[in-house]
Design a protein around this ligand. Sequence first.
Ligand code: CP3
Length: 344
Amino acid sequence: MTARRAMLDVLKGETVFPPPLWMMRQAGRYLPEYRETRKTAGSFLDLCYNPDFAVEVTLQPIRRFDFDASILFSDILVVPHALGRDLRFEEGRGPLMTPMSASDVDRLDGSNFHQHLAPVYETVRRLRAELPAETTLIGFCGAPWTLATYMIAGHGTPDQAPARLFAYRNPQAMQRLLSVLVDHSAQYLIRQVEAGADVLQIFDSWAGVLDEASFEACCVKPVAEIVRKVHAVHPNVPIIGFPKGAGSRYQNYRAGTGVNGLGLDWTVPLAQARELQAGGAVQGNLDPLRLVAGGRALSEGVAAILDVLGQGPLIFNLGHGITPEAPIEHVEAMIRQVRSYSGK
Ligand code: CP3
């Protein structure tokens, strides 16, 4: 059985030993070869829009670690960029955009959308051709709410107060914004599948800051629509939802959105994760800082996940992206431990 098939089997609800394994942000600054490519590529966005560079950095962690899955190298914010919002990345400051007002919503311009994103589709096509046949290729997008938080504030904030206020003060503009993002994100994912993506992941990094009604309106409903639109065209392509920080609402999110796999952040208790597994595959959820610490912190964290979740449909991953400080030897130790798990 090939690993590519193994990840697809897990997403259908099967249990596989050892579980398929990849890491969010696996192509990133903790790798010396990534830092080297980054020096010659220009800005971070240049890297995202240049298929030669994007393919190279996507393949780097596969060559080094032979992960079961490869995730397209890009960023969630290329979607608002393709809708005409400006975007740049500054070293140490993360993404910067011009903050958006309610009246800007009706000026979003999707007329050049697929042309703008053509280099991403080209990257996916080349990746599917170059990756080992057994490596699953994951395409992705940001969830509408998470994209909206960056579009409205213009940068990352600790609690997304600007976007939450925008939603309370301008509920109709917020719904129109989410609806534009739903339509374009669904088209974007469909194109990625047509270019060769085997699995899709929807990153909802800021799902955790919403109150109950807003979680339903801004997070569950838009993601459910994306899932419905993508599955209407490609019913067999599995979709993983990652509503980071959703806490006790992970169950609602799975039931309400219809995602095939659930990405769990590291704060989700393993007993809760075990219950969620009864409804299908889960992915996660090692604290990325255990990978920085190494030693017992790492081996105990990995063992706990395998002990509680290893007997069900599990994709082993971190509970959020790997940080630049994580030593490569710790990544290697984690991989050895996961790959030696035989379910006994
Ligand atoms: O996982 C992967 O390896 C695929 C590539 C990927 C990146 N960003 C590359 C990246 C993916 C899937 C993302 C998603 C993304 N981007 C999210 C959702 C996941 C999450 O982390 O919560 C978000 C919120 C963004 C927006 C974004 N991009 C931020 C806030 C930052 C700055 C933080 C940081 O780590 O610097 C980025 C930049 C970014 N995106 C980098 C990478 C490798 C670092 C930029 C660099 O190399 O200089």
